[in-house]
Design a protein. Structure first.
Length: 259
């Protein structure tokens, strides 16, 4: 009996250690997405990170990531109890990769928003709160990045976010929650790529089963949707079957396949 209990305890400790390791990994998935509306010979690069929560970015890891045309934070940059000094350091590290864009997540809504907004503005972060920005790629090539407020707080307004967008150009829509895709049906605007997080890929999955699907890139009609497992964790710093992840995305002309 004692041997059985010891073996069980050892197995539990090994599993717990593995789950902690998975929760604090620094993973980057590199993806190429060819878009029909993208016409530039120069690829447009995006570093996408969502659900940082309580994690601290490692400068040595950041140095291994190529610079990007846009760094997009997909919400839950912070949560209750996280010092704003940590958030600022994380933003400053991300800024080393390229200009930073941000949408609110549900956990961001639970902190002092005035303080958070001030911090973001002081660090030159563009807040995509139901708005879009037009980026010049080269010459006359244009790309739109739009973002909506958090859905669970009913602050999302897709119509407003996309009202200035000319959809003959590629459009990237950022929403913390993936369910935003269901709100596009009544919008007369074409969105090429949706970037979301929030679900953590289920965070802890036993035998492949979890409360949410694992992070994925899928295509629904003409729209790609990337749902990230997220970088941090919620409630407990453990992961199983849904590794921590970030994404380095290259948008290119439609002459290749998704990689």
């Amino acid at each position: 009996m004692l041997k059985y209990m010891a073996a069980t305890l050892l197995s539990f400790l090994l599993l717990a250690g593995w789950m902690v390791k998975r929760a604090f990994e620094n993973n980057v998935t590199y993806i190429n997405i060819p878009l029909k509306t993208y016409t530039s010979e120069k690829d447009f690069s995006i570093f996408f990170i969502s659900d940082i929560h309580r994690r601290i970015l490692d400068i040595n890891w950041i140095k291994t990531i190529p610079s990007a045309d846009a760094v997009i934070i997909g919400g839950d940059l912070i949560e209750k109890g996280v010092p704003f000094s940590r958030v600022e350091k994380n933003i400053q590290l991300l800024s080393k990769l390229g200009p930073v864009y941000f949408v609110y997540g549900n956990n961001d809504e639970e902190v002092d928003l005035k303080k958070l907004n001030k911090l973001l503005r002081e660090n030159d972060v563009t807040i995509l709160d139901n708005k879009a920005v037009k980026l010049q790629i080269e010459n006359d090539h244009i790309l739109w990045i739009a973002g909506v407020g958090d859905i669970s707080y009913q602050k999302d307004d897709v119509q407003k976010a996309l009202q200035m967008v000319h959809s003959s150009y590629p459009v990237v829509l950022v929403s913390h929650e993936p369910v935003i895709i269901h709100k596009l049906a009544n919008i007369n605007k074409k969105v090429d790529l949706i970037l979301s997080g929030h679900t953590h890929g289920g965070q802890i999955r036993f035998f492949g089963a979890g409360p949410y699907e694992p992070g994925t890139l899928k295509k629904i009609n003409t729209t790609y949707q990337l749902i990230s497992n997220g970088f941090g964790t919620t409630f407990i710093p453990l992961r199983l079957g849904a590794r921590s992840e970030t994404h380095y995305i290259s948008l290119s002309k439609k002459n290749g396949s998704v990689v």
